[in-house]
Design a protein around this ligand. Structure first.
Ligand code: XIL
Length: 298
């Protein structure tokens, strides 16, 4: 196999990238995207601020362009993200209590209904757990509506789109640590109580090291009966970049329920971390050693 998408497909996995509809006029970006990837995710265009800029007024223009591009090019679409403490529209930032809870439910219902049947996995809730040793929830306006906001979000998403896999997605969950264990305990509780959750996304925004128990951590979640996905992979440039990409790829392949990998952009110049050159293609669209390491590991 000579492309990431073909190599991943041969292993029953997808290989995805984050992109944006405004990039579709960049020929080099699109050429690489269509050649190498069989899943795409909107880097920003399906977030709350983008899809509901004014309360109960929805704009799906960018996301619809992504979905159309995916359909035309044999790609599936990850949905990112229905609710999150960040990138909320101003009006939602100013809500609290029942008004915010109801706005959240309406947002999830309207967005997931609009895209019903077109999203293979939705990040229903993004980044709800705190960093550090507490293992608890992050403080946010959503959290202050009551601890049950996450399960309400998942039940609402399931009702709106019963065909999408519903994921919880977070970062700094790359090994067994207090944060990942807090999430693990939530998923275990959801499975025990019948709260609809199908997958856990590991963003995997990585530096120059990788937790030695990265694969074991994926496996413990899979053992709860959910799929796991690498959802936003990027790795700081350095002598370890290619080997970290390779280890992440091997870890996913070693976990039966790891269904795919998404990198958070195509070329280094496209990246939100562009100063760290964290992606598989350089700013000229050339394959980097990290690309070859991933392809060979698949
Ligand atoms: C980032 C985008 O890449 C940027 O373009 C945007 O300015 C901020 O958000 N975790 C997530 C992603 O879940 O949505 C974030 O994406 C990166 C961190």
């Amino acid at each position: 196999n000579t492309t990431l998408r073909a190599a991943a497909a041969a292993k029953g996995r997808y290989f995805g990238a984050a992109t944006s509809s405004f990039m579709f006029s960049d020929t080099q970006h699109v050429t690489i995207l269509n050649r190498e990837f069989n899943s795409i995710v909107a880097e920003n265009e399906m977030k709350w601020d983008a899809t509901e800029p004014n309360q109960n007024q929805f704009t799906f223009t960018g996301g619809d362009r992504l979905v159309a591009h995916a359909r035309a090019n044999g790609m599936s679409v990850r949905g990112h993200a229905l609710v999150w403490h960040a990138q909320q529209p101003r009006w939602a930032q100013n809500l609290s209590g029942t008004a915010l809870r109801n706005a959240m439910i309406n947002h999830i219902t309207r967005v997931a209904t609009h895209y019903r049947g077109q999203i293979h996995s939705w990040d229903v809730v993004n980044e709800a757990f705190a960093d550090g040793g507490s293992g608890g929830r992050r403080d946010s306006n959503l959290q202050r509506t009551g601890n049950d906001w996450i399960e309400v979000a998942f039940r609402t998403a399931r009702a709106a789109d019963p065909t999408a896999k519903l994921c919880y997605n977070d970062y700094n969950t790359d090994g067994v640590n207090a944060k990942s264990t807090g999430i693990y305990n939530m998923v275990r509780d959801f499975k025990a109580r019948g709260v609809p959750i199908d997958c856990v996304g590991f963003q995997s925004h990585l530096g120059t090291g990788l937790a030695s128990d990265y694969q074991a951590n994926l496996q413990r979640f899979a053992d709860l009966g959910v799929d796991v996905q690498i959802t936003e992979l990027d790795v700081a440039q350095g002598s370890s970049q290619a080997s970290i990409y390779e280890r992440v790829t091997r870890a996913c392949l070693a976990v039966t329920r790891c269904t795919g990998i998404t990198v958070w952009g195509v070329r280094d110049s496209d990246s939100w971390r562009r100063g760290e050159n964290p992606l598989l293609f350089d700013g000229n669209g050339n394959k980097k050693p990290a690309y070859t390491a991933v392809l060979n590991a698949l």
